[in-house]
Design a protein around this ligand. Structure first.
Ligand SMILES: *Cc1c(COP(=O)(O)O)cnc(C)c1O
Length: 390
């Protein structure tokens, strides 16, 4: 098993100001190679969901490997363009696109707007008319498939705000022929994030086939179907699950999605691409005895990693200053922010921990650094790459 922290990194950490995000881009490289290998020989196109992590070095590597970009804001579209991605590699989803964001996408000539409502269709048509341009779009549908993940990261149920619903189809088919500035390229779905039960993707495939059938019957010849992202990662045991099982993931789509001649299948993976490439390194400031537990109070908080506070997400925590031989105790690992939800984990078994020890909070590459904030007027934590300290 590959160790995420080698001796040299651990030594270098002692001289660094905490907290900081530590990235090993070799893990990203291996992950990207695994994706390419698993998707090879099929008409699959992979877009990276830039909202998971938009660091320049991460994006550079992703570009080197030829992935496209999935965006959910005008700012993300600009960021992708600035990093040298071609406009035709950029898809733009999002349930609330502002007019200026739509204009930006049209002016840049992006690959598609993944449109999430009938009203948005009309707005894009209007803006395109004004500009005298044709605009490529895909329709994002809510497939009503349960992703069996945390409710805050479930997006494909009828009660969720995302996408066009099945019962709007009649109205949609009435509207589409009137939208002469819009060129319908594809269908788009995205059912949620951190999906570990891959059988839910079979249900998505069935829905994709149904939607395709409906559009074919109406005479639409589509260029692609986009099945979104959501593939989960192993937060419990990152060292054992460093590279997600892309073979298994893609094999489901190979087996169950019916593609028509000339069609391609698009994916938008975020978390699975980058999550395991980083850890948040934090220092223990104080150890406090509670009634039922000890508190290890650390210098990172929900400002650097909000996932535990926001979705009760689990991240593995390790004491990287102590060896395995030391006696183990249970700690609530908490940050300094004035919120009770500012807690990285409860009853975490760690080697006896003291002020000054370094803890690693693992699997923070996705939705870690990008979701950081300056609450309590805190400064942004630094980003350290392994190859910089070697
Ligand atoms: C967030 C998002 C993704 C990526 O989700 P992951 O769980 O990180 O793979 C893909 N597509 C859309 C539309 C998204 O909003």
């Amino acid at each position: 098993m590959k160790q995420f922290f080698d001796e040299k990194s651990l030594k270098a950490f002692e001289g660094l100001t905490t907290p900081f995000y530590f990235y090993d881009l070799e893990v990203l490289e291996e992950t990207l190679n695994a994706i390419k290998k698993a998707a090879a020989d099929h008409p699959f196109k992979i877009h990276y969901a830039i909202k998971a992590n938009a660091n320049s070095r991460v994006l550079e590597k992703i570009k080197e490997h030829g992935l496209g970009i999935d965006t959910v804001s005008g700012e993300e579209v600009s960021c992708a363009l600035e990093h040298g991605f071609e406009p035709k590699q950029i898809a733009f989803a999002g349930v609330g696109k502002r007019d200026d964001e739509i204009e930006l996408g049209i002016d840049a000539g992006i690959f598609t707007f993944n449109v999430e409502s009938l009203e948005e269709l009309k707005v894009i048509q209007e803006i395109a008319e004004k500009k005298g341009k044709m605009v490529d779009i895909a329709l994002r549908f809510n497939p009503n498939v349960n992703a069996k993940t945390h409710e805050y990261i479930t997006t494909g149920l009828e009660e969720n705000k995302f996408g066009i619903n099945f019962w709007e189809l009649d109205e949609l088919f009435e509207l589409l022929p009137k939208l002469d500035r819009l060129n319908l390229l594809g269908l788009h779905f995205h059912i949620g994030s951190q999906i570990r039960d891959l059988s839910v993707y079979k249900n998505l495939c069935n829905r994709v086939n149904q939607f395709q059938e409906i559009f074919r019957q109406r005479g639409y010849d589509l260029d692609h179907v986009n099945v979104g992202g959501g593939l989960g990662v192993n937060y419990e045991d990152p060292d054992a699950g460093m590279i997600p099982d892309f073979e298994e993931f893609f094999s489901i789509f190979k087996e169950f999605v019916k593609l028509y001649p000339g069609q391609s299948l698009h994916f938008e993976l975020g978390r699975a691409v980058i999550a395991q490439s980083a850890a948040l390194i934090t220092k223990v400031l104080y150890v406090k005895k509670g009634i039922k537990t000890n508190f290890a109070i650390v210098d990172a908080g929900m400002t650097e990693l909000i996932r535990p506070a926001l979705y009760q997400a689990y991240h593995k925590i390790e004491n990287i200053s102590k060896g395995k031989e030391v006696e183990v105790e249970a700690y609530d690992v908490v940050g300094p922010i004035c919120e009770s939800s500012d807690c990285f984990g409860k009853r975490i078994k760690l080697p006896k921990t003291e002020r000054g020890d370094l803890l690693a909070i693992r699997t923070t590459g996705a939705y870690g650094e990008v979701m950081s904030s300056n609450y309590n007027l805190r400064q942004n934590a630094k980003t350290i790459y392994k190859d910089e300290i070697h």
